[in-house]
Design a protein around this ligand. Sequence first.
Ligand code: FAD
Ligand code: NAP
Length: 339
Amino acid sequence: MSLQLQPQVSLKPFNSFGVDVRAQLFAEAHNDADVREALAYATAHDMPLLVIGGGSNLLLTADIPALVLRMATRGIRVISDDGSRVVIEAEAGEPWHPFVQHTLAQGFSGLENLSLIPGTVGAAPMQNIGAYGVEIKDVFAGLTALDRQTGELRDFTLEECNFAYRDSLFKQQPGRWLILRVRFTLNRVAQLHLEYGPVRQRLTEQGIEHPTPTDVSRAICSIRSEKLPDPAVLGNAGSFFKNPLVSAAIVAQIKAQHPDVVAYAQPDGQMKLAAGWLIERAGWKGFREADAGVHKLQALVLVNYGTATGLQLFDLAQRIQKDIAERFNVDLEMEPNRY
Ligand code: FAD
Ligand code: NAP
């Protein structure tokens, strides 16, 4: 038995909000055998199993009466290379941003816009992580997951993952699929996405006319570092609410009173409202009650100034949801996974 089970472990270092709750049992998986051992233990002891990666998309509102398994599997390998396109595979426990940096150092482009997102490779498909106009579905080549119901391994194609805006089959079927490793198709000849937010402007300011993928990554890191709190300094889980997809009629209603409302047309005719704009306009930016607050620079990010509990953060989130529904007739959906 290689799995080290530890009782009553504080999860404070394992969630980016820095919320202090305890796991009944805690273990780290370093290989597939550890994963299977943890599953067998949980089944034999009739105990739930909660799989986590970097804990950067969690809201923990109580002690966890489960075996919490942190994915710490490592390994990156190129599995095919035709001279222009490569398929690269990474184990679930690989930290995401260093993996992105590794691909760029090899001369592979495709992940540069997803630089500086916290967390692990294995969690990235859960909500089809996205930033600056790129989502992992755009570079996804496949993944291998363990079916926790049958114990069998299954390979998933892009179509089978049901990826959508911050959503996937794995999120829709919670607790069923344990993602072991993920594959991405990357390019040796870069096809850059610069037309989103301030990316091109930042490069221009830096005097870079013909950027490389590494230039884009650096520009995005600098933009993100200015706006987003570093979880090591101020607890947070990134964007706390998804940007709501609404009808053009709802946007027109809001625009009648707020001509500067920020909304983007979607290919399916819906509009994506910037949730951060709604929250800021409602006056919540910089709000703080005890140690739970709304970030001063980015209203979409809830923060823990130190000792906030998950329930205090959850309560604040619910108050914001209620206020936004009353003011704008828009429902905000929470993005982090609540346990
Ligand atoms: P965790 O928080 O540990 O887990 C998230 C969910 O996935 C949980 O339900 C967990 O049970 C499940 N899970 C984890 N690993 C596995 C696995 N191997 N198999 C099955 N289920 C698993 N997100 C974006 O999309 N875009 C951004 O730009 C972005 N920016 C962020 C910035 C900051 C400062 C922070 C704190 C967060 C940000 N996020 C962003 C959210 C978060 O980083 C991502 O969702 C990330 O993919 C979560 O990875 P994780 O390993 O921390 O997952
Ligand atoms: P921003 O650039 O201030 O933009 C505000 C919102 O408008 C974003 O949420 C973005 O939606 C949308 N938007 C901006 N330009 C757009 C365009 N050209 N077309 C369509 N939609 C556009 O956002 P930000 O908060 O600084 O974040 C920058 C990027 O990082 C965003 O892509 C954001 O999703 C991502 N991010 C995500 C998290 C997270 O936890 N999920 C945390 C931090 C940053 P989208 O969010 O749909 O892109």
